[in-house]
Design a protein around this ligand. Structure first.
Ligand code: CA
Length: 232
């Protein structure tokens, strides 16, 4: 059964959408604000996200941007105006489709169906697995392995690695990593450093001379591209 995540603060609308979606055979989970939406996304790994633009805590644009850092899950934006919709779909933040309020739940279900059909091919082409050299991250199972050996990571370690691995070679500032982690608790630069230290002790053949998780001096950290770092 496919799971749909509805991130919307209007309870009435969530109820209506859930009813129609469940009737159409989907499992529905929901979140009433943007920050919670990201958390629920991580826990549930839904097949599609219905994302309201105007949300408390974190607006839909930011939620979409963050989802796209680690996932190509199909996203349908719920917007109040057509002019907004033009901005949110496409290159700028990477939503796949939109519906303008007020909409009929039936119309939304039709869009969900169409988008999941389209995404079906993409899932095969780009599974929820990130590879960087010998390092493999299975996002659906929350499992990491190095050279075929499963590595036990904490949730935060895994998420940190997944953020870096989404764009190998890109240097991330500590502040960007903290933002992307979106933890429920306060994360400091030093917390990031200690997560990196722990990660290295788990995934690096020689933690003192990292070949995967590299320090970029004056910036932060990056995951090595396959061509760099390995075998040094
Ligand atoms: Ca709203």
């Amino acid at each position: 059964m496919k799971t749909i995540l509805v991130i919307e603060d209007e309870a009435e609308l969530v109820r209506a959408l859930s009813g129609y979606l469940e009737q159409a055979g989907y499992r529905v989970v929901s979140a009433g604000d943007g920050r919670l939406g990201l958390t629920v996304f991580r826990h549930e790994r839904p097949d599609l996200v219905l994302l309201d633009l105007m949300l408390p805590e974190m607006d839909g644009l930011e939620v979409c941007r963050r989802l796209r850092q680690t996932s190509d899950v199909p996203i349908i934006m719920l917007t109040a105006r057509v002019e907004e919709a033009d901005r949110v779909v496409g290159l700028e933040i990477g939503a796949d489709d939109y519906v303008v309020k007020p909409f009929s739940p039936r119309e939304v279900v039709a869009r969900v169906r169409a988008l999941l059909r389209r995404a079906g091919g993409r899932v095969v082409a780009a599974p929820d697995v990130i590879r960087a050299g010998d390092l493999v991250l299975d996002l659906a199972r929350h499992e990491a392995s190095v050279a075929g050996e499963l590595v036990k990571l904490t949730r935060t370690e895994f998420e940190l690695l997944a953020i870096l691995a989404a764009e190998p070679g890109r240097a991330f500032r500590r502040s960007q990593l903290i933002d992307a982690l979106d933890a429920d608790y306060a994360v400091s630069d030093r917390t990031v450093d200690s997560h990196v230290k722990n990660l290295r002790s788990k995934i690096e053949p020689d933690p003192r001379r990292p070949c995967y998780l590299l320090t970029v001096y004056g910036v932060g950290y990056k995951l090595a591209e396959s061509s760099e770092g390995h075998g040094n």
